[in-house]
Design a protein around this ligand. Structure first.
Ligand SMILES: C[S@@+](CC[C@H](N)C(=O)[O-])C[C@H]1O[C@@H](n2cnc3c(N)ncnc32)[C@H](O)[C@@H]1O
Length: 289
């Protein structure tokens, strides 16, 4: 191997690590800032599952485990399997579970669901949040979820309509409409890279054999007083957007985006007083007959 290749490999593995680390940070901040949504949706799922045994839950594509923990707390006594393809994410889940005294009820399973379904015990309640649109073949994964759930058991599937917005149309620098232009450019990328984002999930569920019991849109529109981590959540979100938008938006927009991300200065999202996180998460409740 030449030094050049060695450098490249180091660079690639560093980039991959940074990718996971930045997604993990974003997911933790998402859980923190949108905590009221997470509390509301897990309470709702818990109420709808009162007739079910509370033996075993699955968090499919658990990320850093914000929902794994919320579900373990809602479903007292139940075991929760946190499944993800990323060992880095699962590390974070294990640490959270340990710190909160839940380690005996939270088990992590590493599996790339694009390859195969892992050997796990039968599930009473499955939760999949913002993970199915990442799968190469979500219908195949849904069939596997269906087979893993006990008859009468439930799947709660949460998906986002789009990434959260934070800013007003006119932010006082650059041209109005910056955030919408960023999201439009991002949507083009997503159409190619994640064709299942925004799918008709009720149709996918029915096709698999699930009966869809409920569909609920959770409109999130946070105003002052905002959670303390809102600025950091906005910055992590814009940093991820920025990393995809080189050459895809005009250079003056990129410059403003950099000003928003920078830690100092009155326009930084860390210091702005006009942040208003807003997004919609839709949740489908489906039963295996
Ligand atoms: C957008 S994150 C959502 C995380 C979490 N459910 C939440 O709502 O905060 C998507 C997660 O799905 C996982 N994932 C993506 N493709 C996967 C696959 N093929 N098999 C298993 N996990 C996968 C990723 O590693 C990531 O943690």
């Amino acid at each position: 191997m030449t030094d050049h290749n060695h450098d490249n490999r180091n660079h690639e593995s560093r980039a991959a690590t940074d990718g996971w680390a930045s997604l993990a940070e974003l997911l933790d901040l998402d859980g923190e800032v949108l905590g009221s949504y997470l509390r509301e949706v897990t309470a709702w799922v818990r109420r709808l599952a009162t007739d079910l045994p509370r033996r075993r839950l699955l968090d499919l594509g658990c990320g850093t485990g914000t929902a794994t923990i919320a579900l373990a707390q809602r479903f007292a006594g139940a075991n929760v399997i946190a499944l993800d393809e990323s060992e880095e994410m699962l590390d974070r889940v294990r640490i959270k579970a340990f710190d909160l005294g839940l380690a005996d009820r939270v088990r992590t399973v590493r599996a790339d669901l694009n390859l195969a379904w892992p050997a796990i015990d039968a599930i009473d309640v499955a939760w999949a949040s913002m993970s199915l649109h990442h799968m190469a073949d979500p219908d195949r994964v849904l069939k596997d979820v269906f087979a893993a759930i006990n008859p009468g058991g439930m799947l709660a599937l949460a998906e986002m309509d789009s990434q959260p917005r934070f800013l007003p149309d006119d932010i006082g620098i650059g041209r109005p409409g910056l955030e919408e232009r960023c999201h439009a450019a991002l949507a083009e990328l997503h159409t190619a890279a994640m064709p299942h984002l925004g799918s008709d999930w009720a149709a996918h569920l029915q096709k698999t054999g699930f009966v869809v019991d409920a569909e609920r849109a959770f409109a999130i529109d946070l105003r002052a007083p905002l959670p303390a981590a809102t600025g950091r959540y906005a910055r992590a979100s814009f940093q991820r957007i920025r990393s995809h938008l080189d050459d895809r938006i005009a250079s003056d927009d990129l410059a403003v985006l950099d000003t928003l991300i920078a830690g100092d200065g009155p326009h930084s999202v860390l210091h702005r007083t006009d942040l208003n996180p807003r997004t919609t998460r839709t949740v489908w409740i489906a039963r295996r007959p």
